[in-house]
Design a protein around this ligand. Structure first.
Ligand code: ZN
Ligand code: MN
Length: 496
């Protein structure tokens, strides 16, 4: 059926992301990076843009950028240079930002993520290094302050292909990129401190009456949370469709625009028209030498690359037999994931280890506001505890008690289990005595069950619970089950 009013709408979304690199000092001077320091106390002639001051490249920033670029499957430039991006703004004392224009440090990569359980590949156009500007502070009546502590902070600007197609996907990309840069130690990616800022560009491909239309591209500036990224993209999708219905305006040369995000009203608002590259009068920075990279050094960084979260998740689900939705709790913190692997390598039963990590170890970590790795327990001891459970020497409840004791004692889990009296009793005579005691205490219920075979299963379960209670959780449940079975069979004379 052809319907003239039928509409297909496909959002086309690309992202520009600024990621603050986890260096100790700024991009071109020795000033420390310190969030929240008193205004203009982490500054020097270089980042203040005083005449005659010369920038010096931060080697650590370059190394972190290359690590990030490698993990984004980018081509690393053999020759890269610095350019001045000229514009005038109070928080930019030099009147230019040092950035990279035509020869970025890396380009042509891709990022793999999972959306709704499906693998997705998002193209990376480029990732380049630049410095951040300062901050205008508007909390004074009648005037604006300028704080230059942030000026010169090293940033990696990542530009994706327009490969994303919904607000959900855009948010998912941002969340998984955050996880990745943290994993690599490239950035702390702390959203509250502005370590990751997003600028989505959005338009719509609309098919109506067999014709294709594209709405003008809008770039939303400076979003600093996953929530605002999601809401802004969703808002633009709705707004552009509505505007197209009203005006029929489509993308043409020169009608790109910038919009800002109002976090309170949750709407985008028009800003100045978008600059084209030539407005910035880019030219090579004469104060900085171009950089060339030794392929052996790049190869060295490549070889130091850890197993990435997406691969590790797949492996953990397969090897540790965990549900996919539990994987982030084990994978997101790299040291915790490494610890789990070490405990398994130390001989610990994998399935039991993963259960312990997800249950009591996670609980203790949460209570102490740290990670499982942050609890500081040696992998050998984690493995030993898992194997006590696996071998049936202690039950799950006892394991949690032993874990608690391990946090304040360096004794082995086996020694702690003995001391706490938690080793399961495999002493058949002792267990038989508990079984007799449970049968005697529940004689009437046992008689009823024997008289009514439908009740026998429930009776067995009830009696097992009673025996476990009498034994203080120490009886081996397997032996308990066998003995109850035997005693019940004796009582019925084997006639059921
Ligand atoms: Zn400085
Ligand atoms: Mn930028």
């Amino acid at each position: 059926m052809t319907n003239a009013t039928e509409l297909t709408v496909e959002p086309i979304i690309g992202l520009e992301i600024h990621v603050q690199l986890a260096t100790r000092t700024k991009m071109f001077c020795g000033c420390p990076l310190e969030f929240g320091a008193p205004p203009n106390t982490r500054v020097c002639p270089v980042c203040l843009g005083l005449p005659g001051a010369l920038p010096v490249i931060n080697r650590q920033a370059v190394e972190l950028a290359v690590r990030a670029a490698l993990v984004l499957n980018c081509r690393i430039a053999t020759f890269t240079k610095w350019d001045r991006k000229n514009y005038y703004y109070p928080d930019l004392p030099k009147n230019y930002q040092i950035s990279q224009y035509d020869l970025p440090i890396s380009s042509d990569g891709y990022f793999e993520l999972t959306c709704d359980g499906q693998p997705r590949r998002v193209g990376i156009i480029r990732a380049h290094l630049e410095e951040d500007a300062g901050k205008n502070v508007h909390d004074f009546p009648g005037y604006t302050g300028v704080d230059l502590n942030r000026a010169g902070t090293p940033l990696l600007e990542i530009v994706t292909q327009p490969d994303l197609h919904s607000a959900d996907e855009a948010r998912e990309f941002a969340v998984q990129l955050q996880r990745l840069v943290r994993y690599l130690g490239v950035s702390e990616a702390n959203m509250q401190e502005g370590h990751m800022r997003f600028e989505p560009n959005i338009n719509l491909r609309i098919i109506s009456g067999g014709q294709e239309f594209r709405t003008p591209i809008v770039e939303v500036k400076n979003l600093n949370s996953f929530r605002s990224l999601y809401l802004a993209v969703q808002y633009e999708i709705d707004r552009q469709l509505e505007q197209w219905r009203e005006t029929g305006e489509t993308a043409a040369m020169g009608n790109k625009s910038n919009r800002g995000w109002d976090d309170v009203k949750e709407i985008t608002l028009p800003q100045r028209e978008k600059e084209e590259a030539h407005d910035y009068r880019y030219f090579p920075d004469p104060d900085l030498v171009p950089m060339t990279f030794d392929p052996a050094w790049v190869g060295q960084l490549q070889s130091e690359m850890p197993e990435l979260p997406i691969r590790r998740t797949e492996r953990f689900v397969a090897e540790y037999r965990i549900p996919a939705q539990d994987a982030p709790a084990l994978v997101d913190d790299r040291r915790t994931a490494d610890l789990l692997d070490s405990a398994a390598a130390a001989g610990g039963d994998k399935v039991t280890l993963a259960k312990h990590f997800l249950s009591f170890w996670a609980k203790h970590a949460n209570e102490r506001a740290t990670t499982v790795a942050g609890l500081g327990i040696a992998p050998q001891r984690l493995a030993e505890l898992a194997n006590l459970v696996q071998a049936g020497k202690v039950n799950a409840t006892a394991a949690a008690q032993i874990a608690e004791a391990m946090l304040s004692s360096s004794d082995s889990p086996t020694a702690l289990a003995e001391r706490l009296g938690l080793l399961q009793s495999r002493d058949t005579d002792q267990i038989a005595a508990w079984v007799d005691q449970a049968l005697a205490a529940n004689a009437q219920a046992v008689q009823d069950a024997i008289a009514n075979p439908k009740k026998i299963k429930a009776a067995r379960g009830f009696l097992t619970g009673q025996v476990m209670k009498l034994s203080g959780g120490k009886a081996d449940p397997k032996i308990v089950g066998e003995l109850i079975e035997k005693k019940l069979a004796e009582k019925t004379g084997g006639n059921h």
